[in-house]
Design a protein around this ligand. Sequence first.
Ligand code: RNT
Ligand code: ZN
Length: 415
Amino acid sequence: MNQDYQLAKAKYEALGIDTEQVIASLQTVPISVHCWQGDDVKGFDFDGELSGGIQTTGNYPGRARTPEELMADMDRVFSLDGGAHKLNLHACYAIFEDGEWADRDALMPKHFAKWVAFAKERGMGLDFNPTFFSHPKANGLTLSSPDEEIRRFWVRHGQACLRIAEYFAAETGIPCVMNVWIPDGYKDIPADRFSPRARFMQSMDEILGIGYDRQKVLVCLESKVFGIGLESYTVGSAEFGMGYVLSRGIVPLMDNGHYHPTEMVSDKISSMLLFSPKLALHVTRAVRWDSDHVVRLDDETMEIAKEIVASGRIEDVAIALDYFDASINRIAAWTVGLRNFRKALLIAMLTPHESLKQLQNEGRHTELMVMQEELKAYPWGAVWGEYCRRCGVKEDAAWFDEVKTYEKEVLVKRS
Ligand code: RNT
Ligand code: ZN
């Protein structure tokens, strides 16, 4: 056994933590990997601009242009992080064959058969997202549109996606998280804030109204505070989202880029878990705005992981990544964020939560702070190294050599 790991193991043992058990359980935590980091959220069904108030910046070479390229790139990413994964798809990643094409309201399971085969071969589950943006009918409002034809179109899209999510769950045998996020909102002060929200509520009810197996599909609703060009009003605000999910018994999804800058998702997790049996997260990094930068191992990332682990409810939390950086090697961007959240979970699992809770309960706040700060210097890196070795992945930046080779041999040849 590696000597660094031996020493670390003993150090954690003194805190009452069994690193062997931690290593075993970290491997089983699925992190849902977002396909859209690989191609700058373009998808395969339309050739237009990314819309909906989200943006990728940069034109680093090597963007995946086809399903085959995207799959190959994702395989690279999966091979560089030890542990369970899910593959997170958007509806716009439908794969059409033999010149066939279907609009969003006519998507069918068969348009995702190749993704299902990909996931099954790798023994992983699939998550899904209807795509309410980057479409000619998404120039204004979608599910909250006052234009009944447009609104109905997007309701049909949501319903079609629900059927596809059921198909994913049935095929893989793993429940599918289906997340609804709509970009609907206004740049400037609206005359009527009420009606779009009432229509969104009605549309969501119509989507859920077709019925689905709640054990197999976890429908989520992701709220947001604003988007680019949608600064003054967001239909699916935090209050709308919370009211809707709790009253309909679906799952809240919190994206940590979707709140005011001093609001912390880490502080919201415990409240949501008290009122909702399940919770879903989009782990991202907002720099000054919802910029979707690569997830770093920063304080909030670690605090989010700590809250998940300390709650004792990790099984009830669906963890997904959500960012898109086109200014750096996309495989590295994916991998850094994925490994970082895995590291954050490891650090959280190596924390003696019970004894820290006791210090809090006994009012020993000085000692609590001392311990919290001292723990930061504990040798979690040695446990990470051992974890990676056991998973057969590179423990340090050596993984980047593989990415560099792939860039040279594959990515730069895409133009
Ligand atoms: C947008 C939301 C949403 C998207 C993806 C592509 O602000 O975060 O989750 O990023 O659906
Ligand atoms: Zn998100």
